[in-house]
Design a protein around this ligand. Structure first.
Ligand code: IP8
Length: 274
């Protein structure tokens, strides 16, 4: 469990923001970006950047107190369409390299759109492709080394990772979801705050109202239903359970609340199991 609120002493607070694939793509049309939605969230990210100039962010040996940001995005109509076509999921693998490049290639394409649009807004975004660094063992445990990400952060960049296919012992390649990337990085890098930008404005109660705060799963179990702890692919119950165990405050919110979240305020549902 993480106890810190600001990361290691010499580093600034670390925020991890996930952009849901359903938010930034048109889920009904294969490999199609939802331009208005993507531009809206990227505008909010650009406006929240304290200083987009890499050279002025790096202050050498004294350490970098600048807030740090990692962006992760999901697959939407890019990765998921190809994954479904090839029967690949977080548990069903493929040993077909062409299937792997079809899924990975679609995600790289979406990632390049996100990166280009962030850079055009002055955000020093650079890609980190999980396929090249992450793996799962036979017990399904994820290993996601962080050096590539921390190296970019230390140099003042904004790393942008994405759901992907990765090697999985005994299965060939399986899907690594953006949510898993977020929780893995939040733990290993002791994130200060985590935000999941989703198509819904938060975790909803049985009358479709946003629940402001969740501190224990029992509080929402009757509304969300049982969660299978092995369900990493999206159900809200599983998501809430994962986020409660994170050791850092997490928020689930809609696209309109990205600015609010990045400004450090309450956005959507705050989930904090500490
Ligand atoms: O949309 C899945 O990422 P997610 C990415 O975060 C692929 O679940 C490759 C389908």
């Amino acid at each position: 469990m993480l106890g810190n609120t600001n990361g290691p002493d010499h580093e600034g607070p670390l925020t991890i923001l996930k952009l849901g694939g359903s938010v930034i793509t048109d889920k009904d049309t294969p490999e199609t970006v939802d331009d208005a939605a993507l531009d809206g969230v990227l505008d909010a990210i650009a406006e929240a950047q304290p200083d987009s100039d890499v050279e002025t962010i790096d202050d050498g040996h004294d350490g970098n107190q600048q807030p740090r940001l990692i962006i992760v995005h999901g697959g939407g109509s890019f990765g998921h369409v190809h994954a479904a076509e090839h029967g690949v999921s977080t548990t069903e693998g493929t040993t077909d390299a062409a299937a792997g490049t079809a899924i990975h290639g679609a995600m790289k394409h979406l990632n390049s759109v996100v990166i280009d649009r962030l850079q055009s807004r002055g955000v020093p975004a650079l890609p980190v492709h999980p396929l090249s660094v992450a793996t799962r063992n036979t017990e399904r445990n994820l290993s996601l080394p962080t050096e590539a990400v921390t190296g970019l952060l230390d140099a003042g960049f904004v790393p942008v990772l994405h759901g992907d296919v990765i090697s999985h012992a005994g299965c060939g390649l399986t899907v690594l979801s953006g949510d898993e990337i977020v929780t893995s990085l939040a733990r290993s890098l002791q994130a200060t705050r985590v935000g999941l930008c989703s198509t819904v404005p938060g975790v909803l109660d049985d009358r479709e109202r946003v629940i402001a705060s969740i501190t224990a799963f029992e509080d929402v179990e009757s509304v969300l239903g049982e969660s299978d702890s092995t369900d990493v692919s999206g159900g809200m119950a599983g998501k809430v359970r994962e986020l409660l165990a994170l050791g850092a405050p997490a928020h689930i919110f809609g696209p309109d609340a990205v600015s609010t979240f990045l400004a450090g305020h309450q956005a959507g549902t705050r989930i904090d199991g500490r």
